[in-house]
Design a protein around this ligand. Structure first.
Ligand code: F6R
Length: 602
């Protein structure tokens, strides 16, 4: 939610900040802004409502001098997405960008207004600009003013601050919102996510909470807000390829990322299969000790759907009890789980406030926690005792695709790691997983695109789309419905196939389409019966399945192979169906309305 950029270096800052913001546009697209020093060493602030293109147009012909600059892309929380509410916000010489929520902004607004500060926006961020300004008048030091201002505010924030009287300086700090620090050649970068500065450097350090990063004439200092001794910067090379954050020859990031699914599986498996690929070795889990009696997954959205698949996989290979919980609900309930249980948070971004809150809740009550995340160094890696990284690479499209594939791989690995009860089943499941990337790649290389387009036209012509599935197909069905809603805005819902007759079947009428993935070998026959019930009531059905004796030819044919591997293939087809329907409808696929990639607010 919102993305911020800070830069200190020798390059022309306006074009650099705009380019960096374009890599963060997935985080919000309600408005954008930039602040930089002009030739007279005055700070220029340019802001525009709407997508980044508006700011790019407003910056046409502008350039700044080398030194410090900041930028922002907004997902509105306080105040409408207007130019007045766009960041950066200014108070006298102080200019601020912010990601997060200042919880005591009302009280601070009243106090600061009484002191004579004039507010020009409805945002919570403006109080930070005025507070820093107030303390700068008293102290004349930018870092000291930020430190004093932080004492007054509560809430979550990643902030980058400039001061007109201190060209060449920049101060950044975070608490409860992500901020990464990058070290380039004669330059430092701050950003909400790594892809923003991957073009310039891969040397990254997550900024610890409550530590100010101060860049000035003497270079970089890391100063704890509580006045403790300065920290030593510790940069690490991230393995991400800058090209991974480019669209290449694809029309949209989402399309490119769907085709990166096989790579996401392969990279997530890397180094985790023992000699001869005979067993799974998750050394990351050694800190958690022996297998638990119970696993509780906590997650949101697509990651929750991966957790549902994880439950089925773990239950099938071990005797561990598994629960799956929506993080935003779980975090406020009393914990009634078995002693010794592991609470496993799945989160692509590693920054989702609800998932972090759920893990914190569990940790406070003494449970061991594991994070499954795609972003090394993200907040969840600090919150949980252990981390199992998915390795999908940066995911830019707002609708999650390859990260979901990597999450399925991770929970599959977890199931194999824990699978003691069913030795033969575990061996087979491992064999399938090892072969999956190559087979999945072959499948994507021979897609029936005309068939996909015909089905996309059917979906686009429907008023309402119901996704059904049983067993492994249920998480796929609800994920399929979520994907369709997100990028086509078409009303859609997902149900377990067996539930249809308990209510939703009343919705079946002309104009309503039912989509059914059928990859679960044990339950496909039962799902075909549910499909018959729909057809008997005049409903139209789209099936994604392998050919099955005695059943009609599926609408989209999967290869003759069933079981867990089919999960990847059917997922890709459902993702592509949503993608191609959205393109057909002329929607903005990578930046669907009202959404943001990482949800750092409750
Ligand atoms: C859907 C989607 C969201 C996220 C959810 C959790 O395409 O992307 O539903 O899955 O917001 O995000 P993470 O996984 O970052 O915790």
């Amino acid at each position: 939610m919102c993305g911020i950029i800070g830069y200190n270096g020798l390059e022309e800052p306006v074009s650099l900040v705009l380019e960096a913001l374009s890599r963060l546009e997935y985080r919000g697209y309600d408005s954008a802004g930039v602040a930089y020093f002009d030739k007279e060493k005055k700070i220029e602030v340019v802001r525009a409502s709407g997508k980044l293109a508006g700011l790019v147009a407003a910056c046409e012909g502008r350039s700044g001098v080398s030194g410090s600059a900041i930028g922002h892309i907004r997902w509105a929380t306080h105040g409408a997405p207007t130019e007045e509410n766009a960041h950066p916000h200014r108070s006298g010489p102080i200019v601020v960008v912010h990601n997060g929520i200042i919880e005591n902004d009302r009280e601070l607004r009243e106090t600061l207004s009484r002191e004579g500060f004039v507010f020009s926006s409805e945002t919570d961020t403006e109080v930070v600009a005025h507070l820093v300004h107030r303390f700068f008048r008293e102290t004349g030091s930018l870092s000291e003013s930020v430190r004093l201002a932080l004492r007054e505010i509560s809430g979550s924030y990643a902030l980058a601050v400039l001061c007109e009287e201190r060209p060449g300086e920049i101060v950044a700090v975070r608490r409860g919102a992500p901020l990464l620090l990058g070290e380039g050649e004669n330059a430092y970068f701050f950003a909400s996510d790594v892809p923003a500065f991957l073009k310039w450097t891969r040397k990254v350090m997550p900024l610890p909470p409550d530590v100010m990063a101060v860049v000035g004439p003497e270079g970089l200092s890391l100063l704890p807000v509580d006045g403790g001794s300065p920290l030593l910067p510790l940069f690490e090379e991230v393995p991400w390829d800058p090209v991974a954050a480019e669209k290449g020859h694809y029309r949209h990031f989402m399309e490119k990322e769907i085709f990166e699914g096989p790579r996401a599986i392969m990279d997530t498996l890397e180094g985790r299969l023992g000699p001869g690929h005979g067993r799974v070795m998750l050394s990351e889990l050694s800190r958690l000790g022996p297998s638990p009696p119970e696993i509780v997954f906590v997650a949101c959205g697509t990651s929750y759907h991966a957790a549902l698949l994880g439950r089925l996989m773990i239950e099938s290979l071990s005797d561990i009890a598994v629960r799956v919980e929506i993080a935003s609900e779980f975090r406020y309930r009393p914990l009634r789980i078995r002693k010794g249980a592991w609470v496993v948070g799945i989160t692509q971004s590693g920054e989702t406030a609800d998932t972090l809150g759920a893990l914190e809740h569990a940790r406070r009550e003494g449970f061991l926690t594991l994070a499954v995340t795609n972003v090394p160094g993200s907040s969840v890696t600090r919150e949980a005792e252990a981390t199992l990284l998915t390795r999908a690479g940066p995911e830019i499209g707002v609708a999650s695709t390859k990260a979901f594939i990597a999450q399925i791989t991770a929970v599959w690995l977890l199931a194999l790691h824990l699978g003691r009860r069913e030795a033969e089943k575990t061996r087979q499941a491992l064999e399938i997983l090892v072969r999956a990337p190559a087979r999945f790649e072959g499948f994507l290389g021979s897609l029936d695109l005309p068939a996909l387009d015909r089905l996309a036209e059917k979906i686009a012509a429907s008023r309402f789309v119901i996704f059904i599935g049983r067993g492994l197909d249920y998480p796929l069905a609800i994920e399929g419905a979520l994907k369709l809603k997100e990028i086509t805005y078409r009303p859609a819902d997902g149900y377990p196939g067996g539930e249809l007759k308990h209510g939703p079947i009343a919705l079946i009428e002309p104009g309503v389409l039912v989509v059914a993935p059928l990859v679960d070998p044990d339950l496909a026959a039962k799902e075909w019966s549910n499909i018959r019930e729909v057809e008997a009531r005049g409903g139209t059905v789209v099936t994604v399945a392998s050919p099955a004796p005695g059943q009609p030819l599926p609408s989209y044919l999967l290869p003759e192979r069933n079981g867990w591997e089919g999960v990847f293939l059917a997922t890709a087809i459902l993702q592509l169906l949503s993608y191609r329907t959205a393109v057909l409808m002329g929607n903005d696929v990578d930046q669907p309305r009202n959404l943001a990639k990482s949800v750092t607010v409750e």
